[in-house]
Design a protein around this ligand. Structure first.
Ligand code: NAD
Ligand code: UDP
Length: 333
């Protein structure tokens, strides 16, 4: 069954705005939407995104790039039927660089995109995160878990920013009847992550390919659950096109839980690298365990991840190997 076949024709929108569309997830989403015949407006300030991610799309007749910061009000003349609110740095390294800016991006970005959705009569999907659960005391995490976030720690600008963005979605829905969708995205990986992104999968792959030490923070016994980008992008579109009564929040992630040391060893095996493991200090408030309950997504969207970790890793490793071999100018020394 093709993706279009499961979306009622009445719900097929034509113009989709992707805020954060030049980033890792956003650029894959732009690709997928164009492949489904949508007109795509990509809005991005290129803070952690890159024109390289969308370069092949720039000459596409149904694609338009607008360089814009979502902290500023957004005026679009064209019709807009769908709004994806993805604009926000996702890696701790990047979102902690300018924490006040991150909080503003989450809050003002949500307000500005909600105002656009209100004006255009568009449906909006907020990219929220498993970070709303903080360092969870309930494991695995269902959407009903209210979380354990430290509101004054170094991760709070992102975690609390995303929690506030969720609040704004539901307040706008109650106040203005806007059609909203909230996706709680768990750790996602794949091609087009930045080499200097700082997140674990990209760090380990780049380190293994360069023969540098693999930097494990803490003992490596903390866990995450990694979802391949193609699975996530399919889930986001299914949620966006689900019946209007479905708002979420809806967890989207791969429930296969793995320790950080194990993923280091997987990467070493897949790259045939001799890089040693180097243990470093664990960052403050680093969650100890994370694994999604995906019953909601499975029941409501018929969604579950299809790509096994080893397969996704191989694809991602091939991407980074190509960039490193090509001596890409975005490589970090
Ligand atoms: P990313 O950093 O690759 O992409 C974010 C994009 O937003 C970039 O292109 C960046 O330039 C843009 N951006 C940042 N601040 C902006 C601003 N003020 N105005 C306009 N554009 C801005 O990150 P990603 O991994 O693609 O994440 C996309 C979204 O998904 C984010 O909202 C993130 O919080 C969410 N998310 C991602 C993950 C993950 O594992 N990748 C997990 C949970 C949630
Ligand atoms: N991590 C690590 N080495 C790295 C980068 C990250 O051990 O080079 C750890 C990090 O401390 C965390 C896990 O890997 O426990 C996932 O980190 P990431 O930044 O990818 O995502 P998040 O913490 O936001 O889930």
């Amino acid at each position: 069954m093709t993706f279009n076949a499961i979306i009622p024709s009445s719900e097929r929108a034509t113009t989709v705005l992707v805020a954060g569309g030049a980033g890792f997830i956003g650029s894959h989403l732009c690709d997928a939407l164009l492949q489904r015949g949508k007109t795509v407006i990509c809005l991005d300030n290129l803070f952690t995104g890159s024109i390289d991610n969308i370069r092949p799309l720039l000459n596409h007749p149904n694609f338009r790039f607008i360089e814009h910061d979502v902290r500023d009000p957004i005026a679009i003349e064209d019709r807009v039927d769908r709004v994806y609110s993805l604009a926000c740095p996702a890696s701790p390294r990047h979102y902690q660089k300018d924490p006040i800016g991150t909080m503003k991006t989450c809050v003002l970005g949500a307000i500005n995109l909600l105002e656009l959705a209100r004006l255009k009569g568009a449906r909006i999907l907020q990219a929220s995160t498993s970070e709303v659960y903080g360092d969870p005391e309930i494991h695995p995490q269902p959407e009903s878990y209210l979380g354990n976030v430290n509101p004054i720690g170094p991760r709070a600008c992102y975690d609390e920013g995303k929690r506030a963005a969720e609040t704004l979605m539901f307040d706008y829905q109650r106040a203005h009847g806007i059609e909203i969708k909230v996706a709680r995205i768990f750790n996602t990986y794949g091609p087009r992550m930045l080499e200097n992104d700082g997140r674990v999968v990209s760090n380990f792959i780049v380190q293994a390919l360069r023969g540098e030490p693999i930097t494990i923070y803490g003992t490596g016994s903390q866990t995450r659950s990694f979802c391949f980008i193609d699975d996530l992008v399919r889930g986001l579109q299914l949620l966006m096109e689900s019946p209007s009564s479905i708002t979420g929040p809806c967890n989207l992630g791969n429930p296969q839980e793995i320790t950080i040391e194990t993923i280091a060893r997987e990467v070493l095996a897949c790259t045939a690298s001799n890089s040693p493991l180097r243990f470093e200090a664990l960052p403050k408030d680093d969650p100890k365990r994370r694994k999604p309950v995906i019953d909601t997504a499975t029941r409501i969207l018929g969604w579950r991840p299809r790509v096994a970790l080893q397969d996704g890793l191989k694809t991602t490793i091939a991407y980074f190997a190509m960039r490193i071999a090509g001596d890409s100018p975005t490589l970090v020394p």
